[in-house]
Design a binder for this molecule. Structure first.
Ligand code: TRP
Length: 452
């Protein structure tokens, strides 16, 4: 690969632009919606510790590997994997990894968009003052009514998918980059405010100790699998999203430093969301383990009671939608980039096809909360099943393969050329991607299927 090989889809204008886009991809519903509710379901502290360990020991090294592979291949994940496989002289089957990613992104986006639709609906609710009573029973009812209404869910899912495809259609620097520039900092400020509100409740200590005091008796194989899967999910790893963003990365940028920043910012946002939410849960006598509705049933209570809550409520849900949007674009970008490269169609057409397919699958997710809620496969609704297959299985498997490929298949001199790190640092990274990351994923899988 030559020094100045560039992606045909364009390139980020600067390191800052890449950081924003990759952080935008990482920070999303995973941090604010999913992390608190799964931490709640699995009993808090111990789960949080396992999750943090997974981010540091598995997520971070794999993120470095994935960005590195993307930058070297400079194409959609499928074609990048083909190029890298040829360059490394590895078995052709490795290029299937790109396919796994494209499919995982499509499956994730189909439900991600439905949940982002909930946030859109809550923007409108916030605007019309629906949270003003601050009463937890009333606020609970708002959520129950929303998910019971198939047409409302479909409507917002359609709006969100259309917005996603619009941004993706505008291309790398025109669409993706502009969309994330101002959102991240503002979201952070509102989270600080919410943490401030949580401090004023008399359950702040209780919330904190739920989140950080480990009780390992609450942890079983499934909890560990979920924590590990979430580390992949929240960092956008294992399916080529970060790989495709890496392929738009100019040559002279430090991959390792950038990865530390992204993982750090992502973790901080998730922990802040948890710190804001659990005190509200306990102060109102709610259950931490109520599932996917958790933030929608708790944060409006804060907005109903706090000074300026009307304004902050609107802002919060608007920002949540934007955080979701900057993630959703990265879920579909690998598929779009591949369609443009291989099907010889315009970016616009690629967006229409990929968008329509995702939208269609999303309908079944929207219905799984109401009219199809009795339809279960292996005891899971369509939403639960898609979430389980992608976050708990496909992403860790994808991440495992990325680690093995970067650690064992790629030529060390190529890796060194991309990473440009001091030798000891490369040695640490190598050890993590060669042994620790793949072995951890493998052991967790063996445990879950009951072999150990
Ligand atoms: N990381 C995002 C979140 O936490 C979701 C996401 C975007 C994602 N791109 C991804 C998850 C790629 C897995 C793979 O909300």
């Amino acid at each position: 690969m030559t020094e100045n090989k560039k992606s045909i889809h364009g390139e980020w204008s600067s390191r800052f632009a890449f950081i924003l886009a990759a952080t935008g991809s990482a920070v999303g519903l995973g941090n604010i919606w999913k992390f608190p509710y799964i931490a709640g379901e699995y009993g808090g502290g111990a789960f949080v510790i396992v999750y943090l360990l997974c981010v540091a020991a598995i997520g971070l090294p794999i993120m470095i590997a994935e960005i590195m592979m993307g930058r070297r291949g400079r194409q959609s994940p499928i074609n990048t994997m083909e190029t890298l496989t040829a360059e490394a002289g590895a078995d052709k089957k490795w290029s299937w990894l790109g396919w796994l990613g494209v499919i995982a992104g499509f499956l994730i986006l189909s439900y991600y968009s439905v949940i982002a639709g909930w946030a859109l609906d809550y923007v409108v609710k916030a605007f019309f003052g629906s949270f003003s009573s601050g009463d937890s029973a009333e606020i609970n009812a708002l959520f129950d009514d929303l998910i019971a209404s198939p047409m409302t869910l479909v409507f917002w899912h359609t709006v969100f998918m259309a917005a996603t495809m619009y941004v993706v259609q505008r291309g790398v620097s025109g669409g993706l980059e502009k969309a994330v520039r101002f959102l991240m900092p503002t979201l952070f400020v509102i989270l600080v405010l919410l943490v401030g509100y949580a401090m004023t409740t008399d359950s702040f200590d209780k919330g904190l100790s739920f989140l950080f005091a480990p009780d390992f008796s609450r942890i079983d194989g499934n909890a560990v699998l979920t924590a590990m899967g979430h580390a992949f999910f929240t960092l956008s790893l294992g399916m080529g999203a970060i790989m495709v963003y890496g392929s738009y990365l100019p040559k002279n940028i430090s991959i390792a430093k950038t990865s530390f920043f992204i993982a750090g910012a992502d973790t901080l946002v998730a922990l802040m969301a948890g710190i804001a939410i659990f005190p509200i849960v306990f102060a109102n006598g709610l259950e931490p383990g109520t599932g996917p509705g958790l933030i929608f049933q708790t944060l409006p209570i804060a907005f109903g009671n706090m000074f300026g809550g009307w304004f902050f409520g609107i802002m919060f849900f608007v920002l949540l939608v934007f955080a979701a949007l900057s993630s959703s674009i990265s879920l579909i970008e690998p598929a779009v980039a591949w369609l443009v490269e291989n099907r010889n169609i315009s970016r616009m057409q690629a967006c229409i096809w990929a968008g329509l397919a995702t939208w269609g699958l999303g309908l079944t997710v929207a219905f799984s909360f109401n009219i199809w809620s009795d339809f279960k496969i292996v005891d899971k609704s369509i939403f639960d099943l898609l979430d389980y297959i992608t976050a708990n299985l496909m992403l860790p498997i994808g991440g495992f393969c990325i680690a093995v490929f970067a650690g064992w298949m790629m030529k060390p001199e190529h890796v060194l050329e991309e990473l440009e790190l001091p030798e000891q640092h490369v040695a640490i990274w190598s050890f993590l991607v060669k042994y620790i990351a793949p072995a951890s994923v493998f052991i967790v899988f063996l445990h879950v299927i009951g072999i150990i």
